[in-house]
Write a protein that binds this ligand. Sequence first.
Ligand code: ADP
Ligand code: MG
Length: 280
Amino acid sequence: MNASATIDAQRLTLMLNELRLPAIKQIWGDFAERADKEGWPAARFLSIIAEHELAERDRRRIERHLAEAHLPAGKTLETFAFDAVPMISKAQVMAMTAGDGWLEKGANLILFGPPGGGKTHLAAAIGLGLVENGWRVLFARTSDLVQRLQLARRELALEAAIARLDKHHLLILDDFAYVSRDQAETSVLFELISARYERRSLLITANQPFGEWNKVFPDPAMTLAAVDRLVHHASIFEMNVESYRRRTAQARRSGPGRPPAFATIKGIEKQSASDHQDNA
Ligand code: ADP
Ligand code: MG
C-alpha cells in the first residue's frame, strides 16, 4: 500500500514547511514506504526521520559557520606537514581542535615564527577543525579588523562592535605584529583584548616576539598590560623554522631519491655546503 494514500500528502508537506522540517519533508515518503513494507514499528519510523532532521540541521549550521569564518581556502590539518615543525605536537593540535579544553575558558593560542613558517596555515587549519566540531570562529588579518574597529569607534559604536565579536568562540588575529603604530589603532586592539580576557579566546600569529611588541603598542605600559592578559591563559607555539616554501623548493632541487624529511633539510644544506668546500 502506498504510504501517502492514507493521508493528505500535500497538507503534510505544508505542515512540515510550517514546522521548518525540510529534511523530513524530503525523506518521509521513502522511509514511510520502507516502514510499511518491512513492518517497522511507528516509533522506529519517527525516531529515524527525527535523527535525519537533526543531522541535516547540524550540517547546515556548520556550513553557515564556515561561511562566516572567512578562513583562507585550502589550509587544512590534512595538508599541514607536521614533520616540518618538529617542535609542535600534532597530538596537542588535534586535541585543541576539539575546543572544550580551552575555548570554554577563553584561553588563547599564540603562534610565533618567521615568515613562511606555516603560522597562517596552522591557524586557519585549527579554525577549520573547530568549526567542523561545532564552534564559531572568525579569521581576520589584524590590520583589517583594526580598521573596522576604528571605524566603529568614530561612529561611537566600538563597544557594540567588540560585543558582536563575542559570538565567535575564537577570533584569529593573523599577523598581529604588522599593525601600524598609531595610538588610536592600537588602543582599539587593546580594548578588544581586554574585553575578551578570560571569556573568549584569541589565536594570534606574529612574526615578532613579545619583546618587539612595543612597536605595536606605542605605550610600553599598554604593551605590558596587553601581553599580560594574552599570556595569562595561553599556549605558545614557537615555530622557529625556515620558510616552508623555500625548503620545499630546496627539496625539489636536490632531486629524486631525497626523502622529503623537512626536519633534516638543514642538515642536508650544511652537508652539501661542506661538500662544496671540499670540492673547491
Ligand atoms: P606564515 O604565516 O608563517 O608566514 P604560511 O602559513 O603563510 O606562513 O605558509 C607559507 C606557505 O607555505 C603557505 O602556502 C602554506 O600553506 C605553506 N606551508 C607552510 N608550512 C607548511 C607545512 N608545515 N605544511 C604544509 N604547508 C605549509
Ligand atoms: Mg602568515
